[in-house]
Design a protein around this ligand. Structure first.
Ligand SMILES: Nc1ncnc2c1ncn2[C@@H]1O[C@H](COP(=O)(O)OP(=O)(O)O)[C@@H](O)[C@H]1O
Ligand SMILES: O=P(O)(O)OC[C@H](O)CO
Length: 494
């Protein structure tokens, strides 16, 4: 075959995926592999960095083989990734000194408290756009340096490198030649100054993290390095954190445009253009992308557990065999049973930011069955989204005409209808819910001049528009119940 292709690497929290795009921007193939979630203690979540790498490259070679695509016909690779997850490795051997500490991990709550007690909250908010929370990379790097024997001394001698997952993949794909990241991923570390676009020296000092560990920060469409496959060299020309890539893939290019992605977590981002907007309602400010010589920003509401709650139904409670079965069981939940599942398994993110909240089920009665729990779990994704949308609309002073959705769980019709009902807003699901991969592919293709930014909006088609059918009194009664339930899960861990 002699056509041109773009490969998008989508390294997610629960699976590694590679998506093959043809020259017209159509998906021609997907290879996907789940990998191990490691839970060494309550509240800790780790991945094996070598498994991240092997599953990711495994899917890349598989999709090429399955579709008989030669390396020479792949014109560029775009990388998008789970953000904040922290890896530290030895520059000489390439071996990680510890497992990847995942964004959901709560072990560094006490380091966060310490930073707060030093009065750093306003500084962090002003300079990084973030709130002090164990979600972000900074305290995870510190934890590794403080707890892995010898790590701090080696880091101080310049022997160790830090990276988020994009950086780890690029380092390995380029044979250790490139130690780089892009603006979007850097903006999730709580070490990057989003106003001055450089690593923040004061925060590095406060956290005692040597600057020599940090990658170089580049625009999101940039030549990051090359992957050698057989005799061909494929350039890596696009990189963005997965939520920013989805914003790009959904063509949210104008200020005020927003999308919500339902994956392991749920992340709503609203483009705010070149101006940095501060939230008054618990959202964070993040870099949307660096492109065409400028950086654009977004407001973000991050929900830590969304599709992961559906996985919990599948893997821990064994109530369903596959995530998609949740749709069927939810339709069977009869009666007026009003059950609320608050999946605060990893604390609560926006707009609550409570590292000590834990999950709970409310409203159980003698007739509550499996179907009700499944339905309530799905509904929790929609309620959490409503919390965020309320905050975002208040910050931006606008009401969204419709919500653009994507991500694995957006395939669930019951969830999407309930989402529209509880918001009282239309929900638009595109034909391609792989917006994340699409965003990464576009960034890569724009850099090599194959596609233009405007092409995305042209190719995006709505597959289904869900319209609100619930009356206002029921909507507000149900939402009140949710707010009461959330309150009761807060500050649980002492
Ligand atoms: N039909 C469905 N209904 C509900 N949840 C789903 C459905 N399909 C997938 N999911 C959930 O969506 C998540 C996978 O979505 P994906 O976008 O691949 O996430 P990630 O990139 O975080 O790995 C999983 O947590 C899974 O449980
Ligand atoms: O793996 P996902 O798609 O749920 O995304 C995780 C986020 O990037 C965490 O901030």
């Amino acid at each position: 075959m002699d056509s041109s292709y773009i490969l998008a690497i989508d390294q997610g929290t629960t699976s590694s995926r590679t998506v093959l795009f043809n020259q017209q921007g159509e998906i021609k193939g997907i290879a996907q592999q789940e990998f191990r979630q490691i839970f060494p203690h309550s509240g800790w979540v780790e991945h094996d960095p070598k498994e991240i790498l092997s599953t990711q490259l495994g899917t890349l070679y598989k999709v090429m083989k399955d579709h008989q695509v030669s390396a020479a016909s792949v014109k560029a690779i775009g990388i998008t990734n789970q953000r904040e997850t922290t890896i530290v490795w030895d520059r000489k051997t390439g071996d990680p000194v510890y497992n990847a500490i995942v964004w959901q991990d709560k072990r560094t709550a006490s380091i966060c408290e310490e930073l707060k007690s030093r009065g750093l909250e306003e500084y962090v908010r002003h300079n990084t756009g973030l709130v002090i929370d164990s979600y972000f990379s900074a305290t995870k790097v510190k934890w590794i340096l403080d707890n892995v024997p010898g790590a701090r001394a080696r880091a101080e001698k310049g022997e160790l490198a830090f990276g988020t997952v994009d950086t780890w993949l690029i380092w390995n794909m380029t044979g250790g030649k490139a130690h780089v990241t892009d603006y979007t991923n850097a903006s999730r570390t709580m070490l990057f100054n989003i106003r001055e676009l450089r690593w923040d020296q004061k925060l590095l000092q406060e956290l005692t993290i040597p600057a020599s560990m940090l990658p170089e920060v580049k625009p999101s469409a940039h030549h990051f390095g090359d992957l050698q496959v057989e005799k061909s060299v494929i350039p890596i020309t696009g990189v963005a954190g997965d939520q920013q890539a989805a914003l790009f893939g959904q063509a949210c290019f104008e200020p005020g445009m927003a999308k919500n992605t339902y994956g392991t977590g749920c992340f709503m981002l609203m483009n705010t253009g070149t101006s940095i907007q501060r939230s008054k309602n618990g959202l964070i400010t993040t870099i949307a992308w660096g492109l065409d010589g400028k950086v654009e920003y977004a407001l973000e509401g991050s929900v830590f557990i969304a599709g992961a709650a559906v996985q919990w139904l599948r893997d821990s409670l064994h109530l369903i065999d596959q995530s998609k079965d949740s749709e069927y069981f939810a339709t069977k939940a009869l009666g007026s049973n009003e059950v609320y599942v608050v999946p605060a398994f990893a604390g609560l993110g926006a707009p609550y930011w409570d590292m000590y909240a834990r999950g709970a089920i409310f409203g159980l009665t003698r007739d509550t069955g499996k179907d009700h729990i499944i339905k309530a779990t799905l509904e929790s994704l929609a309620y959490q989204t409503k919390d965020i949308l309320n905050a975002m609309q208040e910050d931006a002073g606008i009401k969204l005409a419709s919500l653009k959705v994507d991500g694995g769980a957006s395939a669930n019709n019951v969830l999407m209808q309930f989402q529209s009902d509880i918001l009282g807003t239309e929900v638009d699901r595109p034909e391609v819910i792989e917006s994340t991969a699409m965003g990464a592919a576009y960034l890569a293709a724009i850099r090599i001049g194959l596609w233009k930014k405007e092409d995305i909006a042209k190719t995006r088609k709505i597959q289904k528009c869900f319209k609100p059918q619930m009356d206002e009194s029921q909507r507000s009664r149900l939402y009140k119940g949710w707010q009461k339930a959330v309150k009761r899960t807060m500050n649980w861990v002492e």
